[in-house]
Design a protein around this ligand. Sequence first.
Ligand code: AMP
Length: 214
Amino acid sequence: MRIVLFGAPGVGKGSQARLLMKNEGLVHISTGVILREAIREGSPTGRIARKYIDKGRLVPGPVVRKLAETAIEDAGCDRFVLDGYPRTIEQAEWLTEFLSERNAPLHAVVSLSVSDDVIVDRLSKRRVNLETGENYHLDFKPPPNSIGAAIVFQREDDRPEAIMSRLAVYRKETRPVEEYYRSRRMLLDIDGIGAFETVHHRIVEAVRIFARQN
Ligand code: AMP
């Protein structure tokens, strides 16, 4: 199974990708996670990426393309879920070309949606476990007391100004990608509101039905 999880920042792509990894055995490929790791390591890629990420802007396409393609190759070009890539029409075209050269086209693109106020609430109240990458929400899934405060952090790009910028970038550059896949009859619209497990089952069911029909 080769799928893309698509949607605005805060829609739940990362949490759903982790569930697909756990329950369906897919490799979770998140360009955001790879970039944040590069920043932590202080690599040249990380130094370039930081300037964009902290402001809520997109990292230049060629940088992200290389990271995504390497990760897909590492996954053996199969059984992966892409989270956060592609984010522009150009990236979508690169991905189509890359996968078709490897005879491994996408099976489906899952588009998650929730309302804007839910997005802002989720992002501003999101906290992340520095060690495991697990996400928390201050109201609905607070970090357990057993976890030291030092390893729970708020992403720089989850601060209010960066959230506004990310949503603006999403509307202008990323949302058109949805149409790219819809016109190719690959898009599955999924309601992202509800418990993690509920949304997960919606995704798995929709992908199964879609795969049977195609
Ligand atoms: P995410 O964890 O997916 O929300 O990504 C965090 C940040 O990493 C984004 O706001 C961008 O700055 C950068 N990023 C992640 N994926 C991409 C991509 N496909 N293209 C450009 N920038 C990206």
